[in-house]
Design a protein around this ligand. Structure first.
Ligand code: GUN
Length: 295
């Protein structure tokens, strides 16, 4: 029997409706939440993510400050641009789209963003707070995954979770969130990666498998037990001449076969993707609310 589809779009929509009313309340107090997005260069995937972020801001009433800059920008110029946004009271959140061109030091850029406006949750101060279980901006994709599981009534407490992938953006922060002593955590987590021996032995005993490896077919039906909850964080472009745009998107999971064995599964597209952007909006609204409380 095919597993139930976890509809990321629907969960994201209901969360965005709640954010709309929080934004409306802030606007009545004279505060419009503002998100500055800085996109360096012309990577097509980054451009489409950024367009989606801008549309989502508009949808919930957040002011979107769009900054598309040439790949030739110097590191100093970029740092000055960030400093301007740090000091701009109209801006509550700053996001510098990654990856950056090679001549720019990513760590220096992430450190330059004020931790109070770091709605990506990538600043070392926010990462440290997250690891220590303190309130902080949580990175959007892993936070979106946790929210999806909670909204789908998946039991996290005591669950065996296997994450495939150890990136700074998804795997590492997600493992941290899921082990916290909190209703959003309390799971037993294993993080697998390219050097893991016998990946299949790990995925087989998992109640929840989260694929975030960035490679199609990383998780196949023979690798999971029946009844597993499967979350697919992957977004991979596959050449497809039958599509007008020349490609289609697939995740890291062999969706068609795995869905027959899973109890619940996320599709790609329409799964984790809409949740990531929603959590970015969520962090921006949280930031505007704490700014509003201080003034
Ligand atoms: N590139 C891919 N995912 C992300 C993200 O969540 N935030 C930023 N800033 N860049 C990304």
């Amino acid at each position: 029997m095919a597993g139930k589809l976890i509809d990321g779009k629907a969960i994201a929509k209901s969360m965005r409706e709640q954010l709309k009313s929080r934004v409306a309340k802030l606007k009545k107090q004279g505060v419009t939440p503002g998100l500055a997005v800085i996109l360096v260069g012309d990577d097509p995937a980054s451009h489409s993510y950024v367009r989606a972020k801008e549309r989502a801001c508009e949808n919930v009433g957040i002011y979107s400050d769009d900054n598309r800059v040439d790949a030739g920008i110097t590191q100093q110029e970029l740092l000055e641009m960030i400093e301007d946004k740090n000091n701009d009271p109209k801006i509550n959140g700053i996001l510098v789209q990654l990856p950056l061109p090679e001549h720019i030091d990513e760590t220096a850029v992430l450190l330059a963003i004020s931790p109070e406006k770091d709605v990506d949750g990538f600043h070392p101060i926010n990462i440290g707070k997250m690891v220590a279980g303190k309130k902080s901006f949580l990175p959007c994709t892993p936070h979106g995954v946790v929210q999806m599981l909670l909204h789908s009534d998946v039991t996290l407490e005591g669950a065996d979770v296997v994450i495939v992938g150890r990136s700074n953006i998804v795997g590492k922060p997600l493992a941290n969130m899921l082990i916290q002593k909190a209703p959003t955590g309390n799971a037993t987590v294993t993080v697998c990666h390219t050097r893991t021996k016998k990946l299949s032995e790990h995925t087989h005993r998992a109640d929840i498998v989260i694929a975030a490896a960035g490679k199609p077919n990383t998780v196949t039906a023979d690798m999971i037990k029946s009844g597993t909850v499967v979350i697919d964080v992957g977004v991979n472009r596959i050449d497809d001449t039958s599509r007008e745009r020349g490609y289609r998107l697939v995740g890291d999971v062999d969706f068609e076969k795995v869905k027959e064995k899973a109890s619940m599964i996320t599709p790609v597209p329409g799964g984790v993707g809409p949740m990531t952007i929603t959590m970015l909006l969520y962090n921006t609204v949280e930031s505007a609310e704490s700014f509003s409380a201080k003034t």
